[in-house]
Design a protein around this ligand. Structure first.
Ligand SMILES: *Cc1c(COP(=O)(O)O)cnc(C)c1O
Length: 368
């Protein structure tokens, strides 16, 4: 066969499988597969979205100025050192293309966010995956994996899908161990949910040098995954390069307006975090009590460990039968686990009930 031929490494990429949203024959779906936030979008963001409808013939502000100012004010950051992306996914891709490419290496943790692997491979880099300890990124391992060709290290903190967290000292140690020409990308998509006092989302390390970038998103605690808004805070030189290559109008007018309004929604983050902390614990306890191991999580999801892939698949089927969609973890090399988003109180209770029923069918069967 003739025809255009993609670069061979591109064909090694497994397309990202997004969380599913439908189950055949089930009307009421409970979607807990994409960590979208338990409360939906903030009412103010929805109103702002409606308001700009009559303006949709206008091009958006290509610099997302009002949004960057609002982000800067909210988080105490210089708006000049912020760039917005069509989701943080866009920024991950740009960083890989800007600093990676053929004959370079990108390092990530074994069970780190799969977009690093997809975007890194797309850029032409070799992506090295470093084994973890107790499903937590292993700083010494990451440092030992360094090669002269390493240009980027990606770390999600807290990590998706494991929920694990690295404290300040570990993150500082990681940065100290990397040469200055290696860009450390700290993906803090779940930063708002963290209640551990020994946590910095990355701002301290960004401010301490010229070699670290922090990524954030409106897709999780702000409940705006469908709007596609993420942002990076980084050294001026890094922000400058991203601004040269990103989509000129990458954040549409509705997304800009809604994101600004989301930041202004009174008490939104506080309520979301309080709910998440309470129900993450309740859901975890309910699963543990029926024999499902739950890995400690700092995000708005839990990684439920069923011991074997077969049992995880059985649990998944049982949940689906009740209209509950969670995320299978085969793509993360964790086929014995399911990742379950912390939903509303009712949704958490339904998950617990379904897993209780499923585990009752497993009595007498070995767990490992
Ligand atoms: C959800 C998620 C993102 C992507 O967020 P978008 O802004 O929607 O592209 C990035 N990193 C991690 C670790 C995530 O879980």
């Amino acid at each position: 066969m003739t025809g255009p031929t993609p670069r061979p490494e591109i064909m090694a990429i497994q397309a990202y499988a997004a969380g599913e949203s439908k189950v055949q024959g089930v009307n009421r779906i409970i979607k807990l597969s994409s960590n979208e936030g338990a409360f939906g979008p903030p009412p103010g963001a929805q109103e702002a979205y409606r308001q700009v409808a009559a303006e949709m013939h206008r091009y958006p502000d290509g610099g997302s100025v009002a949004l960057r100012r609002a982000i800067g004010a909210r988080f105490g950051l210089d708006p000049e050192r912020i760039v917005c992306g069509t989701g943080s996914d866009e920024l991950i891709q740009h960083l890989c293309h800007i600093y990676g490419g053929p004959r370079t290496d990108i390092i990530m943790s074994m069970h780190g966010f799969v977009m690093y692997q997809i975007s890194g491979t797309y850029a032409g880099s070799r992506v090295l995956k470093v084994p973890e300890r107790d499903l937590t990124a292993h700083v010494d391992g990451l440092l030992a994996a360094l090669t002269p060709e390493t240009r980027l290290v990606f770390i999600a903190n807290p990590n998706n899908p494991t929920g694990s967290l690295l404290g300040r000292e570990e993150m500082e140690r990681l940065r100290r161990g990397l040469p200055p020409e290696v860009l450390l990308v700290i993906d803090s998509a779940y930063a708002e949910y963290v209640t551990d006092p020994d946590y910095d989302p990355g701002t301290a390390l960004v401010d301490a040098g010229d070699d670290t970038v922090m990524l954030r998103t409106f897709s999780k605690v702000f409940g705006m995954g469908g709007m596609r808004v993420g942002w990076a805070y980084g050294p001026p030189a890094v922000i400058d390069v991203i601004n040269r290559v990103r989509g000129v109008f990458n954040i549409n007018i509705a997304a800009q307006a809604a994101a600004v309004a989301a930041l202004e929604e009174p008490g939104w983050v506080e309520r979301s975090v309080a709910h998440n902390t309470e129900w993450r614990a309740r859901l975890s306890a309910a699963l543990e009590v029926v024999g499902v191991k739950v890995w400690p999580s700092h995000g708005n999801f839990v990684l439920a460990d069923f011991g074997t892939a077969e049992r995880a698949m059985g649990a998944d089927a049982c949940l689906r039968g009740r209209g509950i969609i969670v995320r299978g973890m085969a793509a993360y090399d964790l086929p014995h686990c399911l990742r379950i988003t912390v939903g509303t109180a009712e949704e958490c209770n339904l998950v617990a009930k379904a897993c209780t029923a499923f585990m009752a069918t497993q009595v007498g069967q070995r767990r490992d």
